[in-house]
Design a protein around this ligand. Structure first.
Ligand SMILES: [Ca+2]
Ligand SMILES: [Ca+2]
Ligand SMILES: [Ca+2]
Ligand SMILES: [Ca+2]
Length: 442
């Protein structure tokens, strides 16, 4: 894992030096090595209708509408990594079914693809509790498709097998600025990553999903990971599992960096944050895992890579960790940015708690897009906070101004780093395959 950290640091440094972060989003599909961008489909209708002639290069339901489903069917039929652009609409899925070619039920993605929304607070794909939303599969054990989903919300998804909102058995998935909420499945209410699959989840929220309807086997309310999953700048909160792992159930390799895992529950009364079984491994850096019921970590112990905080142990034995500590998380709410977060309340020990050496300076933003590190404790040194949320700077009020003579927290707000977040898409997407390889070489 140290190798992975070293690689990512080196990668960001070289990307910054070469000016790569200034590339436009539209170019980054072309910049993924070995992938040819074939077509761009701008969805212009929020209805759910099939493409009337997949493979003709035209996204059209026969009535002049380019729907989301038609765009997926067309991009499946065309060779190469296509891009689908969504606008600030609610795309309600209304066609039930269980096929694997995206003509009904879930949207089966069978070729490399980028789906770009207008923001998680603008673009919503709502499955209406009749189906899941995305199923990644290419029927090819020798190669993996690469699918990037950016800037949208997926909600009200339901599936009879693993993966409520997204099912990825053996492909490569990248999420950025995505909100996955209110979705259910027996395992992986939000996301299922299978044994040969990988997921990199960046600046996203996995909230209020549940693993249900399969008594004794209900695992991973938010995420069920059998493969390789990395979460970075991400909040996993309010998820529920009947049996094991309210937030995360892990039987593969799971890495959490600057993420917040809070308020997840198991109905069985076991650890709500993360549960791991024998043969799996979870590694945490700069992560807050707190306020889960009952307890934060269960099963196989978590490995700390430093600067983590928990309310109930979690094997946080690195000298830089702070187990058995209340991080003073605020409620899950809109604290700025496109996805919900748990703010660090005044006096939180997670403020300026982490380390600037590894990911902090390279990533440079929190989940909301706010620049980090920020000097949140007013001691004159800006250091990254643990978790997905970077507290705002302390404003020092001169003595006598308000009679308090002390410091107060600034009003919550975003420091205008949204554009920076967009620039980061490119290197992060390109990191996917390399993260996979690094994890595989542990
Ligand atoms: Ca067509
Ligand atoms: Ca294609
Ligand atoms: Ca389908
Ligand atoms: Ca800070």
């Amino acid at each position: 894992m140290r190798r992975l950290f070293g690689f990512i640091n080196a990668y960001y440094t070289s990307a910054l030096r070469s000016g790569m972060l200034a590339l436009a989003v539209g170019i980054f599909a072309l910049s993924v090595p070995g992938v040819v961008s074939a077509a761009e489909f701008v969805v212009d209708s929020a209805i759910d209708a099939v493409d009337d002639n997949p493979g003709d290069g035209i996204c059209d339901d026969g009535s002049g509408n380019c729907t989301l489903r038609a765009a997926v069917m067309e991009s499946n039929a065309l060779a190469g990594q296509d891009e689908i652009i969504l606008s600030d609409e609610i795309y309600l899925i209304t066609i039930p079914g269980t096929d694997d070619v995206a003509a009904d039920g879930d949207l089966d993605i069978r070729d490399s693809l980028i789906i770009q929304g207008a923001g998680a607070d603008e673009t919503v794909i709502d499955a209406g509790n009749i189906t899941r939303v995305f199923h990644l599969l290419d029927d090819d054990d020798l190669s993996q498709i690469e699918v990037g989903i950016l800037g949208l919300t997926i909600q009200n998804s339901v599936a009879g097998n693993a993966g409520g909102a997204i099912r990825n058995v053996s492909e490569v998935l990248f999420l950025e600025g995505v909100n996955i909420q209110d979705s259910t499945a027996p395992r992986g209410g939000g996301i299922y990553v299978g044994p040969d699959g990988g997921a990199t989840i960046f600046s996203s929220a996995i909230i209020n999903n549940s693993a249900t309807d399969d008594p004794g086997e209900e695992r991973g309310g938010g995420i069920f990971n059998s493969g390789e999953t990395v979460v970075l700048n991400t909040t996993i909160s309010g998820n529920t599992a009947g049996d094991l792992g309210g937030g995360i159930f892990n039987e593969g390799d799971f890495v959490s960096i600057f993420s917040t895992i809070a308020g997840n529950v198991t109905e069985a009364g076991l650890a709500g944050g993360i549960h791991q079984i024998v043969g799996s491994g979870a590694q945490f850096f700069g992560t807050i895992i707190a306020d889960n019921s009952t307890g934060d970590c269960g099963g196989i112990l978590v490995e700390s890579l430093g600067y983590n905080m928990s309310t109930t142990g979690c094997n946080l034995i690195d000298p830089t960790d702070s187990p058995d500590t209340d991080p003073l998380l605020g409620p899950l709410q809109d604290n700025g940015g496109p996805t919900l977060t748990h703010a660090l309340q005044e006096g939180s020990p997670a403020v300026d708690f982490a380390d600037n050496e590894l990911f902090c300076l390279d990533v440079g933003i929190d989940q909301r897009g706010t620049i980090r590190p920020v000097d949140g404790d007013g001691d004159g040194t800006a250091i990254c906070d643990a978790g997905a949320f970077e507290a705002d700077p302390v404003v020092v009020i001169p003595d006598g101004d308000d009679g308090s003579g002390g410091c107060s927290m600034a009003e919550p707000g975003v420091s205008g780093a949204g554009a920076l977040a967009a620039y980061l898409l490119i290197p992060l997407f390109m990191l996917i395959a390399r993260i996979r390889r690094s994890l595989g070489s542990l």
